[in-house]
Design a protein around this ligand. Structure first.
Ligand SMILES: [Zn+2]
Length: 436
């Protein structure tokens, strides 16, 4: 895109199209799509002023005319698996199913996930996300023994190396059954606390689920940790661990933040059950992240020559209506849980729009890829365009939702601290040495 930005000093991004849900400035009435035209002043790497575009006002000096292009805050991706990313060429999913994915990843992990291997693939994912305009990522880290001793130090090194470019967080990932080994789980919780991480698990409807959740909540409370669960990633209506998590959060009077991912089965359960669960989720203050790309790929996968009949995503509209914070995120990239993906949050938002109907009206759905996940990750001020906040922005070519979401926007301009980023997507060949 031929937009020249000054290389030094202050300047004004004139005629920028901002979505009202993503700016804290009061810019007057928005149009039917939620947009307002504004001039954004950028000085010393931060947004120093936001003024609504008014008829007849002269163009400010040092202006770069964006001619109504959409400007969004840099993205926040609150649910990824950087440690699994890009193993597909080495280990695919034989049948595209969830069990197939679990087994393939388990085998690849045992055979190949050295520190060097995990680091190379995580680094590749971070480069991709950064080039697409993401500034904060939470990744889950497979923490089944002995992988936790390998992947957590890699994460800590990468978090330091990427500081200032991508705010990196990590959550432990083990099947809830792993909590039964008290010594292992205690040591893992200590490791997570020492690394400044988030405590996480995958909940299944196993015997004594309530007791296991008690252990997880107590471990988090003792160490002051936030929680992050994978729950009910299945079409089985009996999978109702989201409700159990909410009940336990209430019972333990948990004061940290809890993010729950997937919750697919909720969309298959009878209405009364669903309402009761949603009430409890709202009361417990849980946030929910939907992973539309992964859900479309794995859920309702059939092997009898028939076509999938449901979308796999959870009930985000009903949740948002109750004030439950909702986000969408990338989840897996080019691994057995999802054969595709590149940590591009615009792609996630486009898929969410189509799959979950984030349109007509768009309302405040754009918050799901920016402000809301930032809040969940305790990144105050991130994910919105505000005076005093860093000028971490993405300038698109599109001037409306239909223009924005119809093309890949591969030529988007990413601004970091007010300067144009020259980051490019890494070449797939960079991974050849470890994937051969
Ligand atoms: Zn996940």
């Amino acid at each position: 895109m031929t937009i020249e930005l000054p290389s030094s000093g202050w300047y004004v991004l004139a005629n920028a199209r901002l979505h009202a849900s993503l700016t804290s400035a009061n810019l007057g009435p928005a149009d039917a799509d939620g947009f307002v035209l504004a001039d954004l002043a950028i000085a010393e790497g931060a947004v120093s002023g936001i003024a609504p575009k008014t008829e007849g006002r002269p163009v400010p000096p040092r202006s770069v005319d964006l001619a109504g292009r959409i400007v969004m805050p840099c993205f926040v991706d609150c649910h990824t698996h950087l440690d699994k990313g890009h193993i597909w060429p080495r280990r695919g999913n034989p049948d595209g199913s969830f069990p197939g994915a679990l087994e393939a990843v388990g085998a690849d992990r045992a055979a190949n996930w050295s520190a060097a291997d995990v680091e190379a693939r995580m680094e590749f994912g971070l480069k991709s996300a950064f080039a697409h305009g993401t500034k904060a990522i939470r990744t889950h880290l497979d923490s089944i023994h002995p992988q936790e001793t390998i992947s957590w130090p890699v994460f800590q090194a990468l978090r330091e190396r990427w500081a200032g470019r991508i705010e990196l967080q990590a959550s432990s990932l083990i099947g809830i059954d792993g909590v039964r080994d008290g010594a292992f789980f205690d040591a893992l919780a200590d490791r997570v606390a020492e690394a400044g991480g988030i405590l996480g698990a995958v909940t299944y409807m196993v015997p004594n689920l309530g007791d296991l959740l008690d252990t997880v909540f107590r471990a988090a409370i003792e160490r002051g940790l936030d929680l992050d669960f994978h729950a009910d990633e299945t079409d089985d209506v009996n999978a109702a661990s989201l409700k159990r998590i909410a009940e336990k959060a209430i019972e333990h009077r948990f004061e940290g933040r809890i993010l729950v991912g997937h919750c697919c089965s909720l969309a298959r359960q009878p209405g009364d059950d669903v309402l009761d669960t949603l009430d409890k989720v709202a009361q417990a203050g849980l946030a929910v992240v939907s992973l539309p790309m992964c859900n479309m790929y794995l859920q309702d996968r059939r092997h009898d020559g028939t076509t999938p009949r449901w979308r796999g995503v959870t009930l985000l509209h009903e949740m948002k209506a109750r004030g439950i914070p909702v986000a969408v995120a990338s989840d897996n990239t080019r691994d057995p849980f999802y054969a595709y993906g590149d940590l591009d949050m615009l792609e996630v938002y486009r898929m969410a729009t189509r799959t979950i109907h984030f349109d007509h009206p768009v309302a405040d759905w754009p918050k799901t890829v920016a402000a809301t996940p930032a809040d969940v990750m305790r990144l105050d001020g991130t994910g919105r365009i505000a005076v005093g906040a860093p000028a971490d922005l993405v300038i698109f070519r599109g001037r409306s939702w239909t223009e924005l979401l119809s093309r890949p926007e591969s030529d988007r301009i990413v601004l970091r601290d007010g300067a144009r980023s020259d980051a490019t997507l890494p070449d797939y060949a960079e991974l050849d040495p470890i994937l051969r």
